[in-house]
Write a protein that binds this ligand. Structure first.
Ligand code: FBP
Length: 274
């Protein structure tokens, strides 16, 4: 079976995925800088901006999203990417692992998912298990013809013990994680920003043309954030999957206005920043 199209979550081949799974991954603390962002409908509304090509939600919020659309007659919401695994940071674990809590069947048949998302922690002692779980997810998604976005975040005991490891933004580590997206059959791979355009070039050199998107990271200034996104796209990346740098802002639409030409036209942010 061939790769499936990513057309439903891209525009001119690039993507701006609005990630809103932080209530799972980090907890309500991520909403404190902008309390209205704790209300999913606020973020659903932000996702209606033209720049957004998909919204990434955990199962329960995805159910809420579809009800919100139906109840309010909304037909211009962002395409839905259902994140089928995730974990909280509450328990003490022996290493990184992200359990699957939504089947691809449920995501597609009951939530009408346009795409599937899965976090892979290569380097953890649970890597082998996650590969097995990913295999089932990827193969089922292929049956439905929906694309799979891999959040590829190498981390954990095994990788930390490697003397050459300098952290999860080390370009060699990011490039290895991106390569795994290609090897394991993802259609898009989402990676930490490796600190520079050169770092992203190293990522592109590893992926054989697979679509890549930059992971937003913690909130920074408009200028710094736009620069990182520009460097990613200039190095051949296909855009962005972003949460905090959008929903922790007072005016998320203002930044989306500026991201749109950078991601979809390759514009230099110095020309678009107000
Ligand atoms: P941000 O843009 O806020 O970094 O969101 C991207 C993302 O991958 C989210 O989907 C996820 O909740 C979070 O980062 C996980 O980040 P980490 O595991 O590094 O804490």
């Amino acid at each position: 079976m061939n790769r499936v199209t990513t057309a439903q979550i891209t525009r001119n081949g690039n993507a701006l995925i609005l990630a809103y799974d932080h209530g799972t991954e980090h907890g309500p603390v991520d909403f404190e800088p902008m309390p209205k962002s704790a209300d999913p409908t606020h973020v659903f509304d932000v996702g209606r901006h033209d720049a957004v090509t998909a919204i990434a939600l955990q199962k329960g919020i995805a159910e809420y999203y579809r009800s919100w659309e139906a109840e309010h007659g909304i037909d211009d919401g962002a395409p839905l990417l259902v994140k089928v695994n995730g974990n909280s940071n509450l328990p003490k674990r022996d290493d990184y692992y992200s359990p699957t809590q939504c089947s691809v069947d449920y995501a597609v048949e009951h939530l009408d998912a346009d795409a599937i998302g899965y976090t892979m922690y290569a380097g953890s002692i649970h890597e082998d298990r996650m590969w097995t779980e990913f295999r089932e997810i990827q193969e089922t998604a292929r049956e439905y013809g929906v694309p799979v976005v891999m959040w590829s975040y190498p981390r954990g005991t095994g990788i930390r013990e490697n003397d050459a490891y300098t952290g999860q933004e080390d370009p060699a580590v990011v490039a290895y994680g991106a390569r795994l997206g290609l090897e394991l059959g993802a259609d898009v791979v989402k990676c930490k920003y490796p600190g520079s355009r050169e770092g992203w070039t190293q990522v592109e050199d590893a992926v054989g043309g697979l679509k890549t998107v930059m992971s937003g990271g913690s909130k920074r200034s408009d200028e710094a954030f736009l620069d990182d996104v520009y460097s990613t796209v200039a190095a051949g990346g296909n855009g962005l999957a972003v949460g905090r740098n959008i929903f922790q802002r007072e005016d998320p639409e203002g930044l989306l206005d500026e991201l749109e030409p950078v991601i979809f036209e390759g514009a230099d942010p110095r020309q678009v920043h107000r």
